[in-house]
Design a protein around this ligand. Structure first.
Ligand code: AQP
Length: 348
């Protein structure tokens, strides 16, 4: 199978509480890239179970959370006919390639992953092996489709670097077999992360030093994609800020993480730069800026949350999208696995 030249892969974990950070850092870019790329968007349920039940909700919640992410993809405007939308566990090749990559990646590489350190917390002995090996599964997700580009938030940058390291080591270790089997000099591509725009790291509304996150115990810390207009307005009104008005220059946002975060959110929603926001609101009080931000957020998000609610009443149609997407994903994935097995030398 020839290496595709512009294939996108990305995914979101079905761990509930999908939020504005997931939307601005990932989903909004997914929507944009469908017009220029061949896109594969996954609900990464195998990743979700690397954490304790308390994070992903356990067996009773997994299906609902999987449908919620799928509904967010569809409601945001991803076309399931043009693109592939599926959940990871329906395509067994993800786990199969992840095992092979566990044998390519080195312990030292994984030990340096900051996400593991953050999510495992102080008691690392109690973290699952899956949480430690999360980045090799992510490398498998991407490289199974030999994706050339991955739109993600800033927190995933290190995992994307590891994906490139895995690809490079595989290409190097098996260079002779890769050439012999007619794949040229490299089998896996050096996938490019797409991390750009004013909202690559949306911060908590309660603490400008912490990422907005699904697992934050405070609901006021995030705007959820299912929040109604009142909830959005309330959360923005209650968002932590300092007492000074917005600065007159972009430089004035340094050392003011909460103000910087709200300006970044406004810019991403309005599809302009932070400079543009400061040009309009520099010198104004938060009592003026926050209602304008709330109005903009409601304007941009309400159609998405309405459609997500409609889809939540129609689980069969969401499941049908995932089944069809999984079939299409499997066709590509099984071909890659056959070629990878031939390269490694497994008897088939
Ligand atoms: N705060 C954020 N700002 C910008 N992008 C973000 N992403 C996540 N949080 C932010 C991006 O959303 C995509 C899917 O993320 P994920 O489901 O894999 O979960 P995560 O990165 O571990 O972050 P969450 O949503 O906060 O979940 P928990 O609480 O479980 O850690 C990725 O592209 C990510 O970069």
């Amino acid at each position: 199978m020839a290496q595709p030249s512009n294939r996108v892969f990305s995914g979101i974990q079905p761990t509930g509480n999908l939020h504005l950070g997931n939307y601005l850092g990932a989903i909004k870019k997914f929507v944009a890239m469908q017009h220029s790329h061949e896109c594969i968007y996954c609900v990464v349920d195998l990743h979700a179970i690397t954490q304790p039940f308390s994070v992903w909700g356990g067996p009773e919640k997994l299906a609902d959370h999987t449908r919620e992410v799928t509904a967010a993809y569809l409601a945001s405007g991803i076309d399931p006919e043009k693109n592939i939308i599926f959940n990871q566990s329906q395509v067994v090749e993800h786990a199969e390639l992840a095992w092979l990559f566990n044998c390519v990646a080195r312990m030292g590489w994984l030990s340096r992953m900051t996400q593991f350190k953050e999510k495992a917390g102080k008691d690392r002995e109690k973290a699952s092996v899956g949480l430690f090996a999360y980045p090799t599964l992510m490398a498998a997700d991407i490289l199974l489709y030999r994706a050339t580009h991955v739109p993600v938030g800033d927190d995933q940058k290190q995992h994307l670097e590891l994906t490139r390291d895995v690809a490079a080591k595989f290409n190097n270790d098996f260079a002779e077999a890769i050439a012999q089997k007619g794949h040229g000099e490299a089998y896996f591509p050096m996938t490019e992360p797409i991390i750009e725009g004013p909202a690559t790291r949306v911060m908590s509304l309660r603490d400008g030093s912490k990422k907005m996150s699904k697992s934050d115990p405070s609901d006021l810390s995030r705007i959820s994609l299912t929040d109604d207009a009142d909830a959005i307005a309330k959360k923005i009104r209650k968002a932590k800020t300092d007492p000074a008005p917005l600065p007159e220059t972009l430089d004035g946002l340094k050392e003011r993480p909460e103000a910087d975060n709200l300006v970044g959110i406004y810019a991403a929603l309005a599809e302009c730069s932070k400079e543009d926001v400061i040009a309009d609101y520099g010198g104004k009080e938060f009592s003026e800026f926050k209602p304008a931000l709330a109005e903009l957020a409601v304007e941009k998000l309400s159609a998405i949350s309405d459609e997500m609610r409609r889809l939540s009443d129609d689980p069969a149609s969401v499941d049908a999208v995932l089944h069809k997407g999984a079939e299409r994903a499997r066709a590509i994935a099984s071909q890659t696995m056959s070629e990878v097995k031939d390269i490694i030398g497994f008897l088939r």
